[in-house]
Design a protein around this ligand. Structure first.
Ligand SMILES: *Cc1c(COP(=O)(O)O)cnc(C)c1O
Length: 345
């Protein structure tokens, strides 16, 4: 048991999700593989997506774009959502990585580096990054793609979605022939009239549901499995873990499972967390600690070396995230480097 906790990544499920999103949107899908592919490994995931037909990828940071260029070779188009800050423009240019320009200083930096193919972000209401529509530049040489980002796509009925779509439709009229990129994962599920020319999903490729809960159209991709290190019977009146976080009001059988917050299994699971073990969903007991957590396996046939599933096919990542008071994005990107990634092709 050199590595008692493993994050396994099902690349076939990733491929299925990619094709599902293509079919759903009816437009080319440009995968977002920022934050090391939502924690699952940008290079192996992007390579598989390339094999499935993907030719354009998005990352958040310049460093991520440069690393992805090294991993994927010269063929695919790579956009950096952050754009280019100062001297990084030259490095992007040299690596044929395209910045998404978000403000006048970035336009100047890109021009100073020689300019060329790039994207442009219009902020249609999120007030995060990008040009406000009234401040956006006129058409310029090198502009290949224009995007905006939805603030509320995980709430299909939210009127903000239509407002942003309509504002984007007007804003892009000054960029004839430029590829329009609109929907994130949740946006892919809003209907064909929200798709423009290309979609830009991240989390749904990696198994997250469009409304922050499991969706039968999206296959689970990531599975966090951890070994049972020890099983013991705890009599009524005794406690489990730090701070006596759980006090047994009856005799309980406790499995100590080899994963904790140093693996990214958040301490905030402590009151409500559950795992899948011996074909049942069972509650965590007491506090998650750095390397282990405790599971109530009373009445189950569990022994050392058995696997507990923190999330995966039997315990959707959205449900696991909700139990920790967060979202699938944060849960996936929190799994630390101590946990080896294992890929199924
Ligand atoms: C992260 C991000 C995406 C992908 O979002 P998902 O909700 O994971 O699909 C798309 N566009 C921008 C600008 C982003 O920051």
């Amino acid at each position: 048991m050199l590595t008692p906790a493993v994050l396994s990544v099902d690349l076939n499920a990733l491929a299925r999700n990619y094709h599902t999103l293509e079919a759903l949107t009816g437009v080319p899908v440009h995968p977002v593989v920022k934050a090391d592919g939502y924690g699952l490994g940008a290079a192996p995931c992007a390579k598989r997506l390339m094999a499935e037909g993907a030719r354009t990828f998005f990352v958040a940071r310049a460093a991520e774009g440069l690393a992805l260029r090294t991993s994927l070779g010269s063929e695919p188009t790579i956009y950096v959502l952050d754009g280019c800050h100062g001297e990084i423009a030259g490095a992007l240019k040299a690596a044929n990585v395209r910045p998404v320009l978000n403000q006048p200083a970035q336009m100047a930096a890109w021009a100073a580096a020689g300019g060329g193919a790039c994207g442009l972000q219009i902020d249609t209401g999120m007030n995060r990054i990008g040009f406000r529509p009234e401040d956006a530049p006129e058409m310029f040489a090198g502009l290949e793609l224009v995007l905006t980002h939805l603030a509320c796509a995980d709430e299909p009925a939210n009127p903000m979605n239509r407002q942003q779509r309509d504002l984007f439709a007007v804003s892009v009229q000054r960029y004839p022939g430029v590829t329009r990129s609109f929907a994130n994962s949740s946006g892919c599920f809003l209907g064909r009239d929200f798709q423009f020319d290309t979609a830009r999903p991240g989390v749904a490729l990696f198994g997250g549901g469009p409304e922050g809960k499991p969706d039968t159209r999206i296959a689970p991709v990531a599975t966090l499995l951890a070994d049972v290190l020890q099983v013991r019977d705890v009599p009524a009146g005794e406690s489990v873990g730090y701070g006596r976080g759980f006090i047994a009001d009856r005799p309980v059988r406790v499995a100590t499972v080899a994963t904790g917050y140093a693996d990214g299994v958040m301490r905030s699971y402590s009151p409500r967390g559950e795992v899948w073990i011996a074909n049942e969903t069972r509650p965590l007991l007491g506090r998650v600690s750095m390397d282990v957590c405790a599971v109530d396996v009373t009445g189950l046939d569990v022994s050392v070396g058995d696997k507990a599933e923190l999330f995966g096919p039997n315990r959707p990542v959205d449900a696991a995230a909700a139990a920790a008071g967060t979202i699938s994005y944060e849960l996936l990107t929190s799994i630390t480097t101590r946990v080896p990634r294992a890929y199924t092709q």
